[in-house]
Design a protein around this ligand. Structure first.
Ligand SMILES: [Zn+2]
Ligand SMILES: [Zn+2]
Length: 119
């Protein structure tokens, strides 16, 4: 493949914005990717910033879900464990704790899988 602007020169890469072949003279490096020099440098910079921001945000969302999953999981184990241990003394009232625990464990699992979706 040859340069789009200089058909006699071999292309060294593609502009990330317009996908045209670029020779060493026409290629500008913007944030580790190639852009048409003087034409698409700004566009590629914006494109890169957008992807970087999206990556950052989805990672943040995923870690928030994971934090929630751990929190719900721990409290859920605490509640259901307490309910199971006290079942002999509290009877049906202990079921209340076990149910809350199970509900929290369910919330933890839901958060965990939701977090995995964002990875
Ligand atoms: Zn271009
Ligand atoms: Zn060129």
């Amino acid at each position: 493949m040859n340069c789009f602007y200089h058909p006699d020169k071999p292309a060294i890469g593609l502009c990330k914005y317009c996908q045209r072949g670029l020779c060493i003279e026409c290629a500008a490096i913007v944030d580790d990717v190639i852009a048409c020099k003087g034409r698409h440098e700004d566009e590629v910079r914006q494109l890169e910033q957008l992807t970087a921001r999206n990556l950052f945000q989805s990672r943040r969302v995923a870690s928030a879900y994971n934090r929630n999953a751990i929190f719900y999981g721990l409290v859920g184990v605490l509640f259901s464990g307490f309910g199971i241990m006290q079942y002999r003394f509290l009877g049906l009232q202990a079921m209340f704790f076990i149910l809350i625990g199970l509900f929290l464990l369910y919330a933890a699992t839901a958060n965990y899988f939701e977090g995995r979706k964002h990875k």
